[in-house]
Design a protein around this ligand. Sequence first.
Ligand SMILES: Nc1ncnc2c1ncn2[C@@H]1O[C@H](COP(=O)(O)OP(=O)(O)OP(=O)(O)O)[C@@H](O)[C@H]1O
Ligand SMILES: [Mg+2]
Length: 355
Amino acid sequence: MLHGRIMPQRWRKALVGLDIGSSAVKAVELRRGRRACSLAALAVAPLPAGAVHDGAIADRDAVAQTVRTLLDGGGFNTRAVALALAGNAVMVRRIELPAMSPTELEASIYWEARQHVPFPADEVALDYKVLRAPGSPDAARSTAVLLVAARKDRVAEYTGVVEQAGCTPVVIDVDVFALMNAYELNHGRDAAAVLALLDVGACAASVTVVAGGQPVGTRALPLGARSYRDALRDELGLGTVESDRILQAHLGDAPVPDEARTVLRSVNDRIVAEIGGTLDHFRGSELVGEIGSLVLCGGASRAAGLADALAARQQLPVGLLDPFRRVQGTGGRYANERPLAAVAVGLALRQAGER
Ligand SMILES: Nc1ncnc2c1ncn2[C@@H]1O[C@H](COP(=O)(O)OP(=O)(O)OP(=O)(O)O)[C@@H](O)[C@H]1O
Ligand SMILES: [Mg+2]
């Protein structure tokens, strides 16, 4: 499994998976047993609006303070953290190169990358993984490589903010790799399966197609809980408190007015159409077999009617990624955290350096 080792240390001691999202920070520490892992600590803290914007840290002091308070209060055993880059801070692309040996590849990858990375070469940290190794049946024809390019300024921004919070960044990962690891831990790997992981968060959604446990492609879309809030404000003049009450209505018994239902339905349709377009884009590439199922996570993936609308439009089974399904000691608990914790769990798994 690819590590996205922008910082290439192996870290064998305890670490905290820290997912700094645009609405909240999520932190998870796992304890590894011989057969399974258990939850050592879990905490979620909201961020002030605008503190993280479009994957960039806009208010460093606020984010650092939130991280510090979160880790101080949550029973965590370490301040070593694994972080994730997301959205436009990082580019993940599968490329096909002529068949070559690992040494030749090492020598040429940085030149090859320049054609694919949309940033100046000295502004990115590069990493790669060979997806189809020489020696496999079609390796004589070409070498498939997964290329990861992270913007150095974003890496510095994220490491700087956690250092300010009193933590030591020991791993920098890519959010969608963390998601894949969380999925595999809890739902296993099926070598024949092609699935799409969909993380619908506060401001962004990621769509990642995974075939046989390997990423085929990933794309970030500017969609999420904000899409629902913006629509409720623009169409019905609702403020944040009122729109949050409507979004969370399924958790309680608060009635949702018909006109709000109509707005939610139209946002669902828009999100479903955008995700569908992205899936079609991946389907158009020769690398993707038939997508067999969709797996949802992220806070806004629980929006009323969204999963059903996706299933109906795609004519595919839609499941939920439960990041604690195979994490001992979590049974029946953490209903509110489960949809939000997948990236943090995937990051926490980096502890043993083997995933
Ligand atoms: N039922 C719901 N419908 C729509 N949105 C919801 C619902 N429940 C929670 N949310 C929203 O989910 C968001 C939190 O999800 P999550 O933690 O996955 O986002 P994030 O990681 O902070 O954001 P991003 O990934 O976009 O940076 C909040 O904006 C919250 O309002
Ligand atoms: Mg997120």
